[in-house]
Design a binder for this molecule. Structure first.
Ligand SMILES: Cc1cc2nc3c(=O)[nH]c(=O)nc-3n(C[C@H](O)[C@H](O)[C@H](O)COP(=O)(O)OP(=O)(O)OC[C@H]3O[C@@H](n4cnc5c(N)ncnc54)[C@H](O)[C@@H]3O)c2cc1C
Length: 460
């Protein structure tokens, strides 16, 4: 444990040393706009009500079994179509959403939305087939629908593709395949959604044109534009502007490296401490995959830095890259930033290489700050000199704990003893999922309200 006494002023015009010893001025990044997660959820629900308003209004004219089945089919179809658009919007990497809600929470919402979309689509299909089968029977009703329903074939193909994507996303199956294969299979979702789109426009709510159809088209065109801009055009534009290259690779431990990158107009990247980019290294065998790594040093005009643990193919390949390799960084993403802080007192809990984003927050968050850094073995505690120097400069506390020694087991009681006034702290946690969840549960037991616990897991 290290305790230091000097006072550090956040936001002061401090100098920052590069690996090669040159000193450079650090400037505060511009604070980006971000959406409130609760407001986003409310907007999604309000949108669902608005999308189905005409359908609800027609309820009074529903008479008899066929009408009821057709009406239920209409409602579930509308909701399924709306859910498809939301599903894509959540994954469009729209900066205001990503910074406000957080990439990992958006991914969880997306997964839940996917299950709803499939359930609603299946319900829509079932109700519509049932409505057509009441008089002529199941076989004749289904054939009639397939032969005469507008866009029914395309919608059916879309649904099959969606179910396929859902199956490969099931935890047990996903674990069997490489992340990249699973990721690229997800692109079938776009085909599925746009295949079903023509069918949606033939429904009773939109077939006659009017405002409803115009709003529906606006929703889909808006989502398509956001996807095109945020996921494809903006990263290309930024790659051309910033022209990132590796300048140095430094070993921090037997399994962890820091990669230093230089480029043009780095301050324009707008990256805040705690955020991450998806990094595409333009080297043989690596250019087709973009993996997320957090910045482990605040952005400054001379360099960016990530600190990476070699765990698999991509991260191990990084250790073999050479200075000069060109890099495309998509981002910045993530909501583990100063914007989440409500209290003057902050506790940071980092596990393993989860120290990366916390290292930048430790340096830049204002207020009274304590860092608890957990690792398996002594040699896994990386960036230790920097953490000690920051602690000394700003009079902060840093505690190193090793799993083996069980110095600080993750229990509410232990954390309360360790950090006086724990319940009044904002707590930022980053690390492997198991450790992150254990820390969150311990903090809740120790009386820290959920709204003060901010976390990022290193897997989505
Ligand atoms: C927001 C975020 C920030 C991260 N920051 C850091 C960091 O600063 N330092 C660090 O060492 N690690 C970080 N990681 C973890 C890092 O991304 C993975 O360890 C790395 O991508 C593994 O790739 P691999 O091919 O070496 O290993 P693999 O064995 O192929 O992958 C191991 C696991 O990493 C995840 N993963 C793999 N590829 C991707 C991808 N393209 N996108 C998302 N997840 C993927 C999957 O859950 C996979 O099961 C971060 C992860 C996330 C989600």
């Amino acid at each position: 444990m290290t305790r230091h006494a000097s006072v550090w002023e956040a936001g002061s015009d401090k100098k920052h040393a590069t690996p090669s010893g040159k000193r450079t001025r650090r400037t505060a990044p511009p604070r980006a706009r971000q959406a409130n997660p609760d407001v986003v959820l409310v907007l999604i629900y309000v949108g669902a009500v608005a999308a189905t308003a005409r359908c609800w209004a027609s309820l009074s004219s529903v008479v008899g079994a066929v009408d009821w089945l057709a009406w239920a089919g209409r409602l579930s179809g509308l909701l399924a179509g709306y859910a498809c658009a939301i599903l894509l919007a959540l994954m469009a990497r729209i900066p205001i959403l990503d910074r406000g809600v957080g990439t990992d929470r958006l991914a969880r919402w997306h997964a839940t939305g996917g299950r709803w979309t499939i359930t609603l689509s299946l319900a829509h299909m079932t109700f519509v087939i049932a409505a057509h089968s009441v008089e002529s029977g199941l076989y004749a009703g289904t054939i009639h629908l397939l032969a005469n329903g507008e866009g029914v074939w395309e919608a059916t193909i879309g649904l099959v593709l969606l179910i396929g994507v859902a199956v490969v996303s099931a935890r047990g199956i996903r674990r069997l395949m490489r992340y990249e294969i699973w990721h690229y299979l997800h692109f079938f979702t776009y085909i599925a959604v746009f295949a079903a789109f023509a069918h949606q426009l033939t429904g009773p709510d939109f077939a006659d044109g009017g405002l409803g159809r115009l709003l529906w088209l606006t929703l889909y065109v808006g989502v398509a534009a956001a996807l095109l801009w945020c996921r494809f055009l903006s990263p290309v534009r930024r790659a051309l502007r910033h022209r990132l290259r590796i300048t140095e690779i430094r070993w921090e431990s037997p399994t962890v490296i820091s990669v230093y990158l230089s480029g043009a107009y780095l301050n324009e990247l707008g990256a805040e401490p705690g955020q991450f980019f998806r990094w595409r290294f333009l080297a043989p065998g690596m250019w087709w995959t973009a993996n997320p790594y957090s910045l482990s040093a605040p952005v400054n005009p001379r360099y960016l830095r990530i600190t990476v643990k070699a765990v698999g193919d991509h991260s191990r390949a990084l250790t073999r890259l050479r200075p000069g390799t060109r890099v495309v960084a998509e981002g910045p993403y993530g909501a583990l930033t100063a914007a989440r802080r409500r209290s003057e007192r902050v506790l940071l809990i980092g596990g393993g290489v989860g120290i990366s984003p916390l290292r930048t927050l430790f340096e830049t968050l204002p207020g009274k700050i304590t860092l608890v850094y957990m690792a398996r073995r002594d040699e896994d505690l990386v960036l230790r000199d920097e953490l000690d120097a920051i602690a000394a400069r700003r009079g902060a506390t840093v505690l190193y704990t090793l799993d083996e020694s069980r110095v600080v087991p993750l229990t509410g009681r232990a954390l309360r003893v360790l950090v006086p006034g724990l319940a009044e702290h904002d707590v930022y946690i980053c690390g492997p999922t198991g450790m992150t969840m254990a820390a969150r549960n311990a903090l809740r037991r120790a009386g820290v309200p959920s709204r003060r616990i901010h976390l990022e897991c290193f897997d989505f």
